[in-house]
Design a protein around this ligand. Sequence first.
Ligand SMILES: Cc1ncc(COP(=O)(O)O)c(C=O)c1O
Length: 466
Amino acid sequence: MSTNNHRPDVVELLEQHAPDAMSLNQRHLNPQLGRVLRTLGFDRDWAHGRGPWLIDREGHEYLDLLSGYGVFALGRNHPYVKRQLQRVLEADTPSLPQLGLSTLAGVLAEELIGRTPSSLDAVVLTSSGTESVEGALKLARAATRRARILYCERGFHGLTMGALSVNGNEEFRERFGPLLSDCNEVPFGDLDALQRELRRGDVAALIVEPVQGKGVYLAPDDYLPGALELCHEAGALLIVDEVQTGLGRTGRFLALEHWGIEPDLVALSKALSGGYVPAGALLTSRSVFRATFDSMERSVVHGSTFGGGDLAAAAALAALAVIDRDGLVARAADLGQLLLELTRPFVERFEIVRDVRGLGLMWALELGPPSGRTARLVWEAIERRQPGLFAQLVIVPLFRDHRILTQVAGHHMNVIKVLPPLIIDEAELRRFVDALEQVLESAEGHMLRRYASLGMDMGLRSLTSR
Ligand SMILES: Cc1ncc(COP(=O)(O)O)c(C=O)c1O
């Protein structure tokens, strides 16, 4: 924009540049992402968001079951959170005095501690999930005076250097090394393997998601309690990453409540601010906290400039109030149960459905090759083009024909995943199940060949666009 005295109005900018999102992205942001969106046909001009709906410029409503990767647990533009943000702006608060304290940051910390296990009684406020994780890794090292961190295969904890060093997905790590040394992968759910690593006596912490975001894999029932016990026996800490699973998503305020464990550190973010403002939190035990912040000189050795700002804190306090008032945690449990009941029969009904799993409103359906010879050949041909492509052949018609936004649960995975907003209603959930049933029916039945040709076409398009 040229320099002149005109001060643009954001609504005017939105109108003026309404058709430009793709061209601006291709010029200045991430053109490869633009290509992906075009290839999948997901390149809509989004104009509005309301509750569980994304609305394009023509006024078409799409049911959003991706929720901005889980941040819109309250749906988009929740009126109460919005009003609270307007209120805090109107209050002209000092926000971030830095050499001074903010009231709302303290209130938020107290609210978080009041809702979480009694082992957690200190808070570091952050602005993202990866920042909460970075804090957890640093505080765990300082508290144990050990370096080694264990993480699980497929684990995902963010993409900054520390978090990436404990990322169990090679596609994210590739080209960014060397990452932190002293970080080792362990199989998810395997207590024996964990014990073998812990025996060396040099482990600071294990970091783990209670339900893995990549692929939606649930820890076996004895894993988290067993891991906590083994860690403590070996003088190591347990970090539970609840960035995706926290704040009601799995039908408990924290997913770890399903196993009744009291870990040393918990990372939060995503849904914490109702999706409006970057916000996150690292909850720790006071003893872990003290090992880092143990003198006045060290009072600012960890933190970040924006952590605990008034907009983030006001949005987070409002989001917590909505979660409580509207009973969203119980709602996630009930609707999640319904979603499993409606979709588990698909495993029997469709040859290509291998598994349906989930906890609360974190749900996935895994596809696998059909048994018939011809159908299997088609499947294999599609998979040879691009592993995981079959899952795309389900999410594309869900979006194109049924106006429902879902995602593939990870790289090269034939797993379809949804993270519906917790405010979704039963009718909307049933609409998804009906649409999914139709898409699976088409994929498995007489349409298989057409899907195959679409698959070839998409594979070729993505190859030629490299
Ligand atoms: C479990 C988990 N941890 C950490 C992160 C990183 O969060 P952010 O993208 O806010 O840095 C994510 C993001 O998807 C996540 O799912």
